[in-house]
Every structure is written in C-alpha cells, then in structure tokens.
Design a protein around this ligand. Structure first.
Ligand code: G6P
Length: 611
C-alpha cells in the first residue's frame, strides 16, 4: 500500500511526481505529498487525494529537478496533513517517504524521545527519518551510511526514498518487503512502487531486492546491500504500453477493466492453447510438471478476490486432475503452523504479486520444500520472484481497486493447469480435454455477448440501488462466484452483502429474507440445477426478491424469479468466467448510482503490502 515516486534528472520534477502519484493513487489515497529536494527542501502535503494536493500547491514555486512524492494508505496515525508524507527529520536534514510498517517503531521512538527529540506526527515513518538523522549526527558519517546503519536496526517492511539536504544531488532508495522499481533513463532516474509511473519515460527498469540500498545521482546509480556489498544492477525491459494504463475512453478504470475481459482472457490463453491440434502448453510449468503430476495435495493461498479464484481452482483441480485441494487465506495459513510436505504443491494467487500476507506465506511454504508456484499478474513482482515456477495471467495492468479482469484471468490459468495436469495424469480423457480447449477459446466471444446486455444490468441496479443488504447464493463452481459477487458489491457500494452456498441458506441466512431483501441466485443449468430451483422457491416463499442468473433459453426459473440475467451456455467448469461478469456490472452500476467512487473505494487499497 502507499504509492511512492521519486525523480532525479533534468526534467521538472514536479510534473513527473504529480503524474506518477496519479498513476499510483490506486495504492492509497488518504493523503498525498511532494518534496522538491535542494539544500533547503520544500515539502507540500495535505489530507485527501492527489487533486487536493494540486489545489493546495497551486501558486507556489515548485521548480526543481530532484524530488519525491507519496500517496498514503494510513497504518499508523489517522489521515491528516501532519501524518502525510514526506516526513522531515527533527533538524530538517533528512526527508523520507515510506511504504510499509516499521514494527519496532515504538522502541525506537522511546529511545529518540529520551534523547530530547520531538515528534510532529503519529507515524512510524517519522520515527525512521528521525532515527536516521540521529545516527547521522552521532556517527559523523555520510547520508548513505547513516541510512544503512539505521535500517540494519529496523524491524519491519519498507520501500523508501530518502534525501539529505547536505547532499542534495542524491536520492537514496531502499527496499525490504515493499516493492520499489527504478527506471533508468539517459542522465535521469525514476523511482516508483510499480512501473506504471515510469513507463512513459523509459522501459528499462531495475527491480530492487530485499535489503538493497541504491544511491542515485543524475550521473549514475550505485547498488549495494544493507551490509555494504556492491551489487551489479540487472536491467529489465518492461513489456508494458502506456495505453494500457489509461482509461481508454471509459468513465472509470473498473468499467474499462470489466469490458476488457474478452481480451484479457484471450491474452491469458493466447500462445498457450493450440486451437488446431487442441493442446495446451504452459511454459512456466515445463520444468516442474513431474512434481505437479505426482502431487499428493495442492494448497492454494491468496487474499480477497484471488482467494475466491483459488476456491474455483479447488473445484477444477479436484474435478479434472483428481488432486485433493485446500484453499487458505494466506493470512490464516501463515500463522497456524500448517503441515506442508515436500510432495505438496503450494499455489500462491495474487494479482499484484506483492500482497504481504501471500508473500509471507510463500516464504513459509518454501521452507517446507514443497513445490511453490505463483499465479500473478504483475511481471517482475515479488511473488513470482520468490516462487519456484508459475504462470503469469497477462490480464494487463489492473488499476481499479476492486479486482475484475484479474479474477477471470486467474480462473483461466487455473482451468488450463487443471486440464493439463488431468490429461497428463490420464484422469481426463483426450476427448474431454479437447472439447474443454474448444470451450475455453469460445469464452471471450461469450463474454462479449454478456457485455452487450449492460443496459439490462443497469436497469436492475436502478431498482435495488437503495437496498441495505444483498444475499448471493451459488452451488458448486458458482459458490465462489457468489462470494465474489458479494465482495464486489460491498467493496464499491458499501452495501452489506453476503455470499453463501445455496443449500446452506436454510441454516441461517434464510432468517434475513423478507420483501426488502434482493437475493442473487446463480442458477445455471448444471448438475445441481433442480436443487437450486428448490432454493429459489424457498426464497420466494418468504417474499424475497430473486434476481436469478440463468443459462440463456431457460424457462422454469425465468418464470419464478423477479428478474433474470442470462449467460450463454458453456461447460460447467467455465461458468465462473461468464457468471461473474453480470455481477461485476451490477455492483458497478449500483455503486455509481449511489455516488460512490468505484475506482477508489473508501478505506481500501489495491496492493496490500502490510499485514
Ligand atoms: C486487496 C484488493 C483486492 C485484492 C486483494 C488481494 O484487498 O483491494 O481487490 O483481491 O488485495 O490482492 P492480490 O494482488 O494479492 O491479488
């Protein structure tokens, strides 16, 4: 969480920083700030969004070619002007922006306070900047060594950009646990939490590793470890286009990303599926296929929407590959002393590849010698770099805080993996395998058809935009989609919503049903169709409002339900890819009608890099 950006070069830093912050705002938007670095250093910061910061600064002289900017998601201290970054040290020599959490900040603060140092804010980040200056002054050392020494005493996670007014021609960057990318230009460098602010200037980037410290001036960069060992920076070329991170004519990133799903799913299977010979190839798993085929158990870990994709994965792997699966919240998994054996396969699912709990769970799983795989979207992010192997989702940058196209891309990868393993284990017949491949290639076209009904979803949204509660019910492959539908609605419209397995409704949620309760029932034609028809009758018998998602051409439920949303026919295993789309659009329209900011819902952040 928190977006950090830095610039050193010949351009007007202010422009680079403010544009960078706008790109990173999805990471946090409680407050924003910028520092232009020179031997006095001017800091501008305020509560609110980047546009509030622009208004706040208007009229000031912000010229300079070195600077840093921050957009915050509060951890320590409420969102206000004082707690906003950048933070200045007590004598004003050091300026710092920070993404992460300093866990031993209380102890450090106590030590500094007892030495007479006064604090302005409630943040752990101010403790760190004061600690750096304290070491600098005591030790009579240069800024780089003071930073290194201070960080060696810090427990916690950080992505940092630091400047020192005594050495105003440099920026110091450091990483432990929170991502940091350096863009390499011609006599200029860019720093950011991810590559999106960098891409319009350069495609050459260096991903910092944990415990890296980089000292950057206009003329060069020196990369070392915290222990002062020199490193050779590895420059990667970004495969990202500036057009991919703009709204492209849509009102919101979320809407754009929902409508991009035919393309993002296609990109996820493109080059991996041969339509002519109907076969599948996942290059990222080539070297670990034997271990996958011999897996005793698959443990899938993730958070939020990625965890929901993992639940779909459970059905897929058990159904198609006959491997027993457990799906775990990464945050629970890592703290409950899990039993993992070397013949287990652990799959971490994460759009950002940076979620702190998922990353920590990956590190834990690696110690057990299990095969650890990643299904991630952001190339070069921390989880793919930690795992033994994996498959990228190729959904393209997802900027809307509520995840949409990442979910369908993750399910696409999970389906391809399950099909491939099932076939190689010979538990999935060649005929079925080929027919699934054909069905998969038809999914983008079917989503196009669903998207064409957007106006219908809007009409239903208009009828129920004022509801206080929603219930989402599904069975089998559609149970995780019910959870995801409910999550989407609460994330962006702030309506309380619950997802439930349809048959469990009678063990509790049925008590909530009355004439004001919209119940979204995912009722496509599959093996549990008859059962779900009964569940709908149970809702109707209690005067509930049924919004049924059905297979096109269906008539029984259509006659019983108050409203129907239709999706095209597909194989049972692919219904999550289709069924989730109307639910995403329903949530989107309800949130817009309630006046909510769908791309930046309150209190949320896209990339949760704190525990
Ligand atoms: C945050 C986001 C969710 C996302 C979750 C996991 O909570 O708001 O949309 O599903 O993190 O993120 P990941 O990047 O690991 O998929």
């Amino acid at each position: 969480m928190c977006g950090i950006v830095g610039y050193i070069g010949y351009r007007d830093a202010w422009n680079v920083l403010i544009n960078g912050l706008k790109r990173l705002e999805y990471r946090g938007y409680d407050s924003a700030g910028i520092a232009i670095v020179n031997n006095t250093c001017s800091i501008y910061k305020c509560k609110g969004k980047v546009t509030d910061l622009e208004r706040y600064i208007a009229g000031n002289n912000v010229s300079g070619t070195i600077g840093m900017g921050h957009t915050r998601w509060a951890t320590h201290g409420e969102p206000n002007d004082v707690n906003a970054h950048p933070h200045k040290s007590y004598h004003g020599k050091f300026i710092l922006i920070h993404n992460g959490i300093i866990e031993n900040y209380a102890k450090l603060k106590e030590k500094l306070t007892s030495s007479g140092i006064k604090f302005q804010s409630e943040t752990d980040s101010e403790v760190l900047v004061n600690f750096i200056e304290y070491i600098y002054e005591k030790g009579n050392i240069n800024a780089e060594n003071a930073v290194r020494l201070a960080l060696s005493k810090v427990i916690g996670a950080y992505g940092l950009v630091i400047a020192c007014t005594d050495e105003p021609d440099k920026l110091i960057a450091a990483r432990n646990g929170s991502p940091l990318v350096i863009g390499v230009g011609n006599k200029e460098y860019f720093l950011a939490s991810d590559a999106t602010p960098i891409i319009e200037y350069t495609k050459s980037v260096i991903y910092l590793n944990d415990n890296d410290v980089a000292v950057i001036s206009k003329d060069g960069l020196v990369l070392k470890t915290l222990k002062n060992d020199q490193q050779i920076p590895r420059i990667h070329q970004l495969d990202l286009d500036i057009g991919e991170i703009d709204k492209g004519g849509y009102k919101h990133f979320m809407l754009k990303e929902i409508f991009e799903q035919p393309r993002s799913i296609l990109d996820t299977f493109r080059g991996r599926v041969s339509t002519d010979i109907k076969s599948l190839h996942l290059g990222g798993l080539f070297n670990v296929m034997d271990r996958l085929i011999g897996a005793r158990r698959i443990i899938i870990i993730g958070c939020g929407t990625s965890w929901h994709a993992g639940l779909v994965g459970e059905y897929l792997f058990e159904d198609l590959a006959r491997i027993s699966v457990e799906v775990e919240y990464a945050s629970e998994f890592r703290y409950r002393n899990p039993i993992i054996t070397p013949d287990d396969v652990v799959i971490a699912i994460s759009q950002s590849g940076e979620t702190a709990d998922t990353l920590a769970a990956v590190k834990l799983a690696k110690k057990s010698k299990a095969l650890v795989l990643g299904i991630c979207n952001v190339v070069g992010s921390s989880i793919p770099r930690e795992t033994d192997a994996g498959v990228y989702t190729h959904a393209g940058p997802e900027i809307g805080v509520a995840s949409t196209k990442a979910f369908t891309a993750q399910v696409t990868v999970l389906a391809m993996m399950a099909m491939l393993i099932g076939r190689m284990k010979n538990v999935l017949s060649e005929k079925k395998y080929k027919s699934y491949i054909k069905s998969l290639t038809e999914i983008p076209g079917k989503i196009e058809k669903i998207l064409a009904y957007d106006n219908e979803f809007k009409k239903i949204a208009n009828l129920y935009k004022l509801a206080n509660n929603f219930l989402y019910l599904g069975r089998g492959y559609l149970f995780p989609v019910a959870l995801e539908g409910a999550l989407k609605l609460k994330e962006i419209s702030y309506i309380h919503a619950e997802g439930y397995p349809a048959a469990e409704m009678k063990h509790g949620p049925i008590a909530l049903i009355d004439h004001k309760m919209p119940v979204v029932v995912l009722a496509t034609k599959d093996s549990s169709y008859e059962k779900i028809v009964s569940n709908i009758q149970e809702v109707k018998a209690r005067n509930g409002i049924v919004i049924a998602l059905v297979t096109e051409g269906e008539s029984t439920i259509t006659n019983m339900a108050d409203h129907v949303l239709e999706i095209p026919v597909t194989d049972n295993i692919f219904t999550p890819l289709l069924a989730v789309v109307p639910l995403q659009l329903l949530s989107y329209h309800i949130a817009i009608m309630r006046g909510c900011n769908v791309d930046q819902p309150r209190n949320l952040a896209k990339s949760v890099t704190v525990e």
